[in-house]
Design a protein around this ligand. Structure first.
Ligand code: IPM
Ligand code: MN
Length: 358
């Protein structure tokens, strides 16, 4: 089949991980007889350099016209001093908002092969980690009113968290539908002992839950959840939470799976077009060194295959190719525990071969 995929390599290690994912997608084309038309467009710092803005309108238009979007990473020290609305990160936030992608799914899975790399105590790691984090992506403090003003103690800055019932309902429904395909358990994470938005969140989740009597819902405060993730992560199956809490908890969940270089994510809205990206950032310190772990982006491409392109057996082949490369002992630097490691291109090559031989 024919598909249009917009590629957004971005900054730092972004172009390298996108190159890896493209190699993998070419292997899928050859192995399964598809045709992926992949067009790169600028976003983030490189877009600022070339066009003056972090999300050029042509990029957003191309994304909204394609079947799916694959993004590397944005940001870097070169653009750190720019005003908020001109930062590379603003490009990504405007893209999420512009594509109306309110649901962000971040699966944190600890592979058996990476148990020695996980900072968890071996007895805890052996119990397994397989958590789906469902993060609200276009609301909350990321998008509320912000600015500077004169306060009682002089100049002050402020950000505001806002959630409507509608925003919580639609993300909760995504989580409940997903829970029905998993262990039918949801941990909804908030800070309802302090925040009004969290109290609305909790009440709304409870109301949506009435439509899913088979799903067991537990509410947990975010500080406790941060602790439980390192003390006893196997208690979690699906975590439903707000934009800001999801950002923080997903990095923590990534770390316990061995490396942030392993975690993909998909961002979805009402339609079929999704945005797929690794959860790691642009890692400027290792950019251009062929050292980055390409697996998060390759797994993001697999999520794209199964979710937006409905190519489920192809996605399974990619997932399996990654597992096989790990089982063979190949490790990029971030997951090598200081032992022998391979380059990003070598890891990619192995995964490509596994797909072609699948
Ligand atoms: C992420 C990133 C982004 C976020 C940044 C780059 C804006 O940290 O995808 O987790 O905070 O959402
Ligand atoms: Mn983040």
């Amino acid at each position: 089949m024919n598909f249009n995929v917009t590629l957004l390599p971005g900054d730092g290690v972004g172009p390298e991980v996108i190159d890896s994912a493209v190699a993998v997608l070419h292997a899928v084309e050859r192995r399964f007889g598809h045709d992926f038309h992949m067009h790169p467009m600028p976003i983030g710092g490189n877009a600022i350099d070339v066009t003056g803005v972090p999300l050029p309108p042509e990029t957003l238009t191309a994304c909204n016209k394609s079947d799916a979007v694959l993004l590397g990473a944005v940001g870097g020290p070169k653009w750190n001093d720019l005003k908020a609305h001109m930062r590379p990160e603003k490009g990504l936030l405007s893209l999420r908002a512009g594509m109306k992608l309110f649901a962000n799914l971040r699966p944190a899975v600890l592979y058996d092969e990476l148990i020695p790399t996980s900072p968890l105590r071996p007895d805890l790691a052996k119990k397994g980690v397989d958590i789906m984090i469902v993060r609200e992506l276009t609301g909350g403090i990321y998008f509320g009113d912000r600015g500077y003003r004169d306060g009682a103690l002089g100049q002050e800055a402020y950000d505001t968290e806002v959630y409507s019932i509608n925003e919580v309902e639609r993300i909760a429904k995504i989580a409940f539908e997903l829970a029905m395909t998993r262990k039918k358990r949801i941990t909804s994470v908030d800070k309802s002992n302090v925040l009004e938005t969290s109290r609305l969140w909790r009440a709304t989740v409870d109301r949506v839950a009435k439509g899913y009597p088979e799903v067991k819902v537990e509410h947990m405060l975010v500080d406790n959840c941060a602790m439980q993730l390192v003390k006893n992560p196997s208690q979690f199956d699906l975590i439903l939470t707000s934009n800001m809490f999801g950002d923080i908890l997903s990095d923590e969940a990534a770390a316990i799976t061995g490396s942030i270089g392993m975690l993909p994510s998909s961002s979805l809205g009402a339609g079929n077009i999704g945005l797929y990206e690794p959860i790691h950032g642009s890692a400027p310190d290792i950019a251009g060194k062929d050292e980055v772990n390409p697996i998060a982006t390759i797994l993001a491409a697999a999520m794209m295959l199964s979710t937006s392109l409905k190519l489920v057996k192809e996605a399974t082949a990619v997932d399996y190719a990654v597992k096989k490369a790990l089982a063979k002992g190949l490790r990029t630097k971030d997951i090598a525990n200081g032992k022998k490691h391979v380059t990003c291109s070598r890891m990619t090559e192995e995964i490509v071969i596994n797909i072609l031989n699948s």
